[in-house]
Design a protein around this ligand. Sequence first.
Ligand code: ATP
Length: 263
Amino acid sequence: MTDAAPKIRIRGLRKAFGSKIVLDGIDLDVMQGTSMVIIGGSGSGKSVLLRCILGLIAPDAGSIEIDGVDVVALSSRRREAVIETIGMLFQNAALFDSLSVWENVAFGLLATGRRHGKRLSRAEARAHAGRMLEQVGLDPSVGALYPSELSGGMQKRVGLARAVAGQPDILFFDEPTTGLDPIMGAVIDGLIVDCVRRLGSTAIAITHDMASAQRIGDQAAMLYQGKLIWQGAASSLLDSGNPVVDQFTHGRREGPISMELRR
Ligand SMILES: Nc1ncnc2c1ncn2[C@@H]1O[C@H](COP(=O)(O)OP(=O)(O)OP(=O)(O)O)[C@@H](O)[C@H]1O
């Protein structure tokens, strides 16, 4: 146990779309240097939670503190400065098709540099992108290619290289293994763990993939009916003792979740 303040501290977070309550009072602490995996069924609100933390959706109520600062209450300009410190790997890697691989990897660095008046030359940015590509197991020569020339696994690696290029304090992973075969999924998870450890980052991942959740996560939490109904060690996901979590993680048709669907 530690008395340290959490890197990310969420309290009473609520978000509804019309009459649909998606987040119904979320409390979550993510400690510095730990990886938290959020699991939950389709439409349970995992992406909405992530988007609230990223400031892309305004919550109806509650606080989201990053390093003790409530980002919900910040002006959009100051919030952007905090959000710049978060690296994000999107579900489909979300690469820009019209940019080369190295330009994709360096995109955030170049944009942030411009905003802060620190001009990074294209040669410096390209060299940095090459080093990032090497860190995710790609040859720097891949930097000259375009996303459409890459396999799905390579695109994920490039997305990861982009997410870590600015050496972020915080990393978010949205369904990092979706669309990959199980071996490539395991490879990407291994790279994610390497990157998070090397940077000492705090990470939040959302996933449906239980093998991935256990590989990436130190801690895990399950979102169900707008609430985090369980939190514990990611290693205990398959043995949580919670009937809802158990049904979900084992993919059982019968259990409290299917009973509700029948109602
Ligand atoms: N901008 C929006 N406007 C209206 N409803 C929304 C909006 N964004 C999300 N929702 C609704 O919020 C609910 C939660 O969506 P969310 O995308 O967070 O689910 P999820 O847990 O990430 O699902 P999946 O695992 O399928 O990606 C859904 O019912 C969705 O339709």
